[in-house]
Design a protein. Sequence first.
Length: 248
Amino acid sequence: MEPLEALLARLDRPLFVEALFDAVPDTIFFVKDAEGRYVAANQTLAERTGFGHKQALIGRTADQVFPGALGRRIAEQDRTLLRDARSLKGELELHLYPDGREGWCLTWKEPLFDRDSTVAGLVGLSRDLRPANAAPDETAALSRALQAAQARPGAGLKVSDLAGLAGLSAFQLDQRLRTMFGLSAGQWLTRLRIDEAGRLLRQGEAPISAIALSCGYADQTSFTRQFRKLVGLSPGAYRKLSAVPPRP
């Protein structure tokens, strides 16, 4: 018997990492079975989805835990990964929680296989990203560059533009943003534009085509495509979901 197998066989609770992740407030941890139902989760996930205690999540699927279209998107993502035995590697996602908060995160999911090499479930985690408007400490020039970008999210800045404002090469900029936010420079700029689009969608009834242009997109089609890819919802569905009253 392999050393790890021998250790697990002695434990009264093989998923010992679940308790470990209870102590990490900026990370969601979960294990799901072949039907996409939670078999383990940390307390952070329970609290953020309004269930209070992680045991309340057991046996539920994502569309029973997360609201509306968001829950359906995560459940469909789970079904696809389980069906195709695929991994998710640091996917940039926006989550909307029942209390009305939003949060950007990077998500990883890996299939779990039984001894017959059949997919038996999924294990995954989502790590919070720092707020996009956090004041970076690295250099005053980089701080000014990021603030300038945040002040004009619809300017359509490219990575080279932002690097020039910071007095850095594109490579240096990318490395520093990865260190600070866990994002590439391109992801950071995309997140900035999508954040602004989300704000405009939540706050008014401006046409989606106008929001697309004001956020630096050439047309509504390209905006909708990227918004759906990152958020998992169309801009129209996001607007409707954001209008739903928070769970009591």
